[in-house]
Design a binder for this molecule. Structure first.
Ligand code: 26Q
Length: 803
């Protein structure tokens, strides 16, 4: 469409006129952004159509990634990059007196996910498209994404994320592809002459599911895949005319709102399961809509032989949130397509693959039977039958072990166990890092592993090097290409070549200077957005992720307080100046996590206002961590804090983004940290803390008493006493931090913060010493970058595809 600047300028002017009835002078930045974005969409549309057509013709097996979350990040800049059109656009816009960066900034960042699980889905879509593979996303078009976080007086305050109040040029509404999802009501069973049952769903609440398609562009190739997000609308004729004519307008319209509430807002909890009816509605809503549209398209475009469905379609479920895929596909095959049970079960269990993302048993999803049954009467019947048959098989296999059978059942204790449903109904179950998969097999899902050993497998997570390196860090991208050529862009494992240059002084200097420039950029952002000055010559020590007890932001913060204490005791203490950077959101109902945020902010205030330590210590809590902010943070980080209690973090993916941008990890032997350390070697990773086995042994024996550490470790005692007396934090109510001290002392420190404290402090001391040797540090940094290609999500996707 535009091969040069002049063509672009005239196309832009034309598009501007056809979209907006204003002059350029009257246009807002947002207007100008929407015009450019629409041009990019048109550029993609042709490829989009061709891609779909191509997939149809080849009959390739298509994967649909079902996920309640897609944390995709902004589109404009990455689509320009992927098209290779940034230069022409930037220059053309300059001629029109428009600054491309302003347009990029004004795009809202779609926050349709909470954290790791949602961002993983986005990385996978990026890899699928960039590798030219037929893979699409299916989810919900939330009107409100994850809340925006503000910090007021040190506390987190949540604001709505109304990302659709601007026009969204990246989506295409497809009303002709809408489907009906049925909720509530009851099931009438009739028998035909042969005695076969037929089920009719009566008096249900119809919900219209309308798809909005977003193009997912591959990196400089011909592929454009689809992210299909469903929006809930009331069916036109559900408007209650009877109430309306009685003059009860409000009642007539309120039914509409209760239906539309389904796609209103993303639940802001990650891992802490809440049994909210609306959440279950969301799950069924998008699963049913997605499956109906896939089956419909399959019948229409491909074959009427649904028996070969599994040869052409894989449905991948992102955790148990879409586990209703199992009974819903059964329902469609049996009730709508006339399949018998065995046939339908065979098709279903060859179609679905399940990824587990969490180890903590208390976080496994369950739904109370009464609530489930009332909302989804037909689905409940099917779950009951799946359970009945499964339990019968179990009893045959384990005649003398009723407890085992009861544990493995899908229904029990008055709830539906979604993980059990997902395992039974899928052909593959995977964990997201080697250690996580081992824990699934040997601890959390041991019974199932014994029963279905072949189903279980590992797929270590990955991140797209296109967004997290090429887009986020163009300077480093160019440097890598200068040093080893550009083959790594298509085949990221080839970044390993960099290792040969880790000892090279010139390469070390380049890396150091690029990092320094990244830190300046972040420093500028911090000063502009929060009015805080930080020194880009200090070490940037960064922990950014959701706030959680098991992720142990507390350990990091307590260590900062420890450094503060040491500096007061010895003002000449020889430490390299450090800026501790934190960011992350707490679930709104997670009181403990919110307390941690307040504590970090009070530490920040303490350190900031104390002249004695100002040159050496800084603490910043950055507001509203999201994908866009992450893209600025990773290139600016020296140290990556990956300090979860061993065994708790399934994988982690931030750890990989830091590594790819040259940060050195201080971390526990947990999740993918273990694989990072194996790849880069001991000397390029700073390890501390209990191992998985030690943690598990401690839990098993109750062998750890946190009060003993409090008694025996003077450093720890001092920190905790300062926290509970409130002496250091005059701006804080005295009991503000009691949740912290109680968890550590009264509840025996479930996450081993005190137990690991000493080991952590020593590891931090080691980092301090290493950083002073500038060249050695840069060599470590280079080694980390070199091995990071192994964590490209392209590799993960390759393994999924192979299996
Ligand atoms: C469930 C029910 C009700 C409300 C919310 C939820 C819910 C929502 C999100 C439960 C869990 C999540 C998200 C979990 C998550 O992000 N897990 C992370 O997944 C990453 C990708 O695999 C891993 O790297 C992380 O280790 C894991 O914590």
């Amino acid at each position: 469409m535009f091969n040069n600047k002049e063509q672009f300028v005239s196309a832009y002017k034309r598009k501007f006129m056809s979209m907006l009835s204003k002059t350029m002078g009257e246009a807002t930045t947002e207007d100008k952004y929407v015009v450019l974005a629409s041009m990019i969409c048109e550029e993609m549309n042709e490829k989009w159509v061709i891609t779909n057509d191509y997939y149809l013709k080849t009959g390739a097996r298509q994967v649909y990634y079902f996920s309640l979350e897609f944390l995709i990040g902004k589109f404009l800049e990455s689509n320009l990059l992927y098209l290779g059109a940034e230069k022409i656009c930037r220059e053309g816009l300059t001629d029109l007196n428009i600054n491309l960066d302003d347009l990029i900034l004004c795009e809202p960042d779609p926050a349709l996910g909470n954290g790791g699980l949602g961002r993983l889905a986005a990385c996978f879509l990026d890899s699928l498209a960039s590798m030219g593979l037929p893979g699409h996303g299916c989810g919900i078009r939330y009107k409100y994404g994850l809340f925006r976080q503000q910090i007021v007086d040190g506390y987190q305050v949540e604001l709505p994320d109304n990302w659709l109040n601007q026009r969204n040029p990246w989506e295409m509404r497809k009303p002709e592809k809408a489907v009906i999802v049925k909720l509530n009501g009851h099931i009438r069973t009739e028998f035909d002459e042969d005695g076969n049952p037929h089920f009719t769903h009566e008096d249900f609440l119809p919900v219209l599911a309308v798809p909005y398609d977003m193009p997912v562009m591959g990196y400089r190739n011909k592929t454009v895949n689809t992210l299909r997000l469903w929006s809930a609308e009331s069916v036109d004729n559900s408007f209650d005319f009877a109430s309306f004519s009685r003059g009860d307008y409000v009642n007539a319209v309120s039914g509409k709102y209760s239906v539309e509430a389904i796609s209103e807002v993303l639940y802001p909890d990650d891992s802490n399961y809440t049994n909210r009816l609306l959440r279950l509605k969301q799950q069924y809503f998008f699963v049913s809509a997605g499956l109906q549209s896939i089956v419909r398209r399959f019948k229409l475009k491909q074959h009427d032989h649904l028996e070969i469905f599994p040869e052409r379609i894989v449905i991948h479920i992102n955790d148990t949130h879409p586990a209703l895929t199992v009974p819903e596909l059964m329902r469609i095959l049996i009730d709508d397509e006339g399949f018998g049970w065995e046939e339908a079960w065979d098709v279903t269990t060859r179609t679905i693959a399940y990824t587990n993302h969490t180890i903590m048993p208390e976080a496994l999803e369950t739904w109370p039977v009464d609530l489930f049954w009332e909302l989804l009467p037909r689905i409940y019947m099917i779950v009951e039958e799946i359970n009945r048959r499964f339990v019968a098989d179990l009893k045959k296999r384990y005649p003398g072990a009723p407890e085992k059978v009861a544990r493995m059942a899908i229904l029990g204790d008055g709830v539906v166990r979604m993980a059990n449903l997902a395992v039974v109904g899928s052909f593959s179950v995977n964990g997201v890092a080697a250690v996580h998969t081992e824990l699934l097999k040997n601890v959390v899902m041991k019974d199932f592993y014994d029963y279905y050993p072949k189903k279980f497998n590992n797929k270590t997570n990955g991140i797209t090097h296109r967004r997290w390196l090429i887009k986020a860090n163009p300077a480093l991208t160019d440097a890598v290409t200068d040093i080893i050529g550009d083959k790594w862009i298509r085949n990221p494992v080839e970044m390993e070549e960099l290792k040969k240059h880790a000892g090279d002084k010139a390469a070390q200097k380049t890396i150091f200077d690029i990092k320094r420039a990244g830190k300046e950029r972040l420093a500028r952002y911090i000063s502009e957005s929060q009015g805080i000055t930080v020194d880009p010559d200090s070490i940037f020590d960064v922990q950014v992720k959701r706030i959680h007890a098991y992720k142990r932001q507390l350990l990091n913060a307590m260590h900062v307080q420890h450094l503060y204490n040491r500096l007061l005791e010895n003002p000449n203490l020889d430490i390299a100046p450090r800026t501790f950077i934190f960011a992350g959101k707490a679930a709104p109902s997670y009181y403990y996590a919110k307390t941690i945020i307040k504590y970090i902010n009070e530490l920040s205030r303490l350190v900031d206002s104390d002249k004695r330590v100002q040159d050496k210590l800084r603490v910043v809590f950055l507001e509203n961590y999201n994908v866009s902010l992450a893209e600025i943070i990773f290139p600016a980080s020296d140290i990556s804090e990956q300090i979860s209690t061993a065994s708790k973090e399934a994988s982690g993916t931030g750890n990989m983004k830091f590594m790819m941008n040259g940060a050195v990890t201080i971390g526990t032997n947990d999740g993918a940290n273990i694989e990072i350390r194996q790849l880069v070697g001991d000397e390029n990773f700073v390890l501390f803390g209990l191992s998985v086995d030690e943690v598990l042994a401690n839990y098993a024996s109750g062998g750890y008493n946190s009060r003993e550490i409090y008694q025996s470790d003077a450093n720890v005692r001092k920190i905790l006493d300062q926290i509970s007396s409130g002496a250091l934090f005059p701006g804080t109510a005295r009991n503000d931090f009691s949740a912290i001290t109680r968890s550590l002392l009264d509840y025996n420190d479930e996450f081993f913060v005190l137990k690991d404290f000493d080991s952590y402090a020593k590891a931090q001391q080691k980092i301090n010493d290493l950083y002073k040797k500038k060249e050695q540090w840069s060599a470590m940094s280079l080694n980390n970058i070199a091995m990071s290609g192994h964590f490209s999500s392209d590799n993960t996707i390759n393994q999924y595809a192979k299996n």
